[in-house]
Design a protein around this ligand. Sequence first.
Ligand code: FDA
Length: 308
Amino acid sequence: MYPLRSLILAAAGNQTIRHMVGSAPVSRDVVRRYVAGETTADAVAVTGRLVAAGLTVTLDYLGEDTTDTALAERTVQAYLELLDALEARGLAERAEVSVKLSAVGQLLDERLALDNAGRICAAAQRCGTTVTLDMEDHTTTDSTLRVLGELRTRWPWVGAVLQAYLRRTLDDCDRLATAGSRVRLCKGAYAEPPDVAFADAHEVDLSYVRCAMALLGGDGFPMFATHDPRLVRLLGERAGEYGRKPGSFEFQMLYGIRPEEQLRLAQVGHTVRVYVPYGGEWYGYLMRRLAERPANLAFFLRSLATRG
Ligand code: FDA
């Protein structure tokens, strides 16, 4: 991993920095670039705009690493309210939800996270949409895949996320590339030790390509989550070679990142799903986005210096 990226991710865990950044009014400008807003209404409004532009959406109610049952319950309620609102606005067919198990109790008890995620899945089923389980740091991978397996016995459409930077991921791709299995492949966003993850960006890219080919060659539904122009081009070409028609896989990108490319891909016939985070707990999410791109960090620090 790049030293700057590790530094930012380490800073993300520092309580003093967290407080400073979290309370700076200027943070809001940067946050708004990547986050739909704080409320369900904000999330639904942004979803409506993206859907009208020909895109599909997955919504993430921000929050992670909850060690409080009441907070986990509040997260579940937020998803239930969101799903109702999407259905009421006729958006559920084009918008699903992404859930972090650590936000619904995984750190407290895996069973609690399973039950809570199950309540969200049941609501999604009623509304005619789907759920994808985000993947967090490597200490949670086995637990998350266990919960995924349990949920899929009732709701086979529950999506998984696999991170190409983990050395184990090609095996996980082979295991999950089965009929009906929705798998989002991303590079991975957490600071991981070298014994479990590739540290070099080029190695991560190579792993992404190997994993993507395993998914394209399997029977599942691959969801390629990347903004990397080289990967997007390669995947578009290789999908055809694997006999994949548009609609048998999709591209996914984050809200606010390469929006023109999102529209371009949709216009040439690809399904493009935009990951839209919303809610008050934006800090960890924002820090991971800043860590990915030093130019964004410079923009952020400049804003703090001029207006803070
Ligand atoms: P990379 O970071 O190498 O960037 C490639 C190019 O994309 C850059 O050169 C630039 O052009 C552009 N770009 C990338 N980031 C940018 C930014 N912040 N601002 C402007 N341009 C930027 N991770 C995880 O660990 N668990 C998860 O569940 C998910 N879920 C998820 C869902 C979706 C839909 C996406 C798109 C991503 C995730 N991720 C994730 C995050 C993922 O692991 C990864 O950290 C980011 O997508 C950045 O990696 P890229 O593949 O975009 O490549």
